[in-house]
Design a protein around this ligand. Structure first.
Ligand code: PAF
Length: 283
């Protein structure tokens, strides 16, 4: 497994497979890898001849009072997991090379970036779209894999890739959960034991919404109020949003009649968590 820090070396390494018609699969991450990332890497391994993982805690997708400085990092552990998933190249650029003095270009995917996390974290998806475009230009993948826990991120990247005619297949992969239902996230590391216990209310509430939907309930307001009520029973959890939207453009819907997303974001103490469930389609 090669570790590459410089952009020019990564670009040079990507040229050979491109010329030889070998496929590059790519999993961009911010590190502190878990089983969710491992599932992307294993799928990436199957889909490409060269599997590239990037680890970069992207400063421009964090707001002023967010957790950029304390975002968990453990490169040694990441390397072990990467190796066990058959990664060929780990690309770890520096922030100064990614955003040198004078950097002033950004990618903004308009409407789809505005609701949900875009409303609570203004500018977040511009930061994500910009770094992902840069990473795509550096790694030059044929296929890139993203987790469905960050469903809005996946939708924004799909839209951007389509709108900008990037010749890259975007693959969305299902949420990976702990055995008790908690969606895997690097930010789970922040939770104290009582907070982690409270965080289980999210997957429990989403499970209940799925049960209601499977029993024939299609009203978005009934499904989202059920989720709210269940989560609000836990005093440690503060709801940011619970919304039902269409799965592609992320517009609010009144009824679940095609592929729809029930997405939620909450805060427990200092930790912001997101989770979701899809109605009408399985990943
Ligand atoms: O999902 C993440 O880890 C990040 O948002 C991404 C896609 C690597 C961009 O920084």
């Amino acid at each position: 497994m090669k570790i590459i820090n410089s952009i020019i070396h990564m670009q040079a390494l990507a040229i050979a497979p491109e010329r030889e018609g070998r496929q590059i699969s790519f999993v961009p991450t911010m590190g502190y890898l878990h089983e969710g990332h491992a599932s992307l890497l294993r799928e990436g391994r199957k889909r490409g001849d060269l599997l590239v993982l990037s680890i970069f805690v992207n400063p421009i997708q964090f707001g002023k009072n967010e957790d950029l400085d304390r975002y968990p990092r453990d490169l040694e552990r990441d390397f072990k997991l990467a190796e066990s998933c058959g990664v060929d190249v780990v690309f770890i650029p520096t922030a100064t090379e990614m955003y040198p003095q004078g950097f002033q270009t950004g990618i903004s995917v308009r409407d789809i970036s505005l609701p949900l996390c875009g409303a609570s974290r203004p500018g977040h998806f511009d930061g994500v779209s910009t770094v992902v475009t840069k990473l795509f230009n550096i790694v030059r993948p044929d296929v890139a894999l993203f987790g469905a826990k960050d469903y809005q991120q996946l939708a924004v990247i799909r839209r951007m890739t389509h709108d900008l005619n990037l010749p890259i297949e975007i693959v969305g992969m299902p949420i990976i959960r702990e055995s008790d239902g908690l969606a895997m996230s690097s930010r789970n590391a922040y939770l104290t034991p009582p907070e982690r216990q409270s965080a289980l209310s999210l997957s429990r509430a989403l499970k209940r919404a799925r049960e209601l939907f499977l029993a024939g309930e299609c009203s978005a307001s009934v499904l989202s109020s059920e989720v709210r009520t269940l989560i609000e029973q836990d005093p440690l959890v503060i709801i940011d949003y619970v919304e039902v939207l269409d799965g592609e453009m992320l517009q609010k819907v009144k009824y679940v009649d095609s592929v729809s997303l029930l997405a939620l974001a909450i805060k427990i103490g200092q930790t912001r968590l997101i989770d979701n469930t899809i109605f009408g389609e399985e990943f």
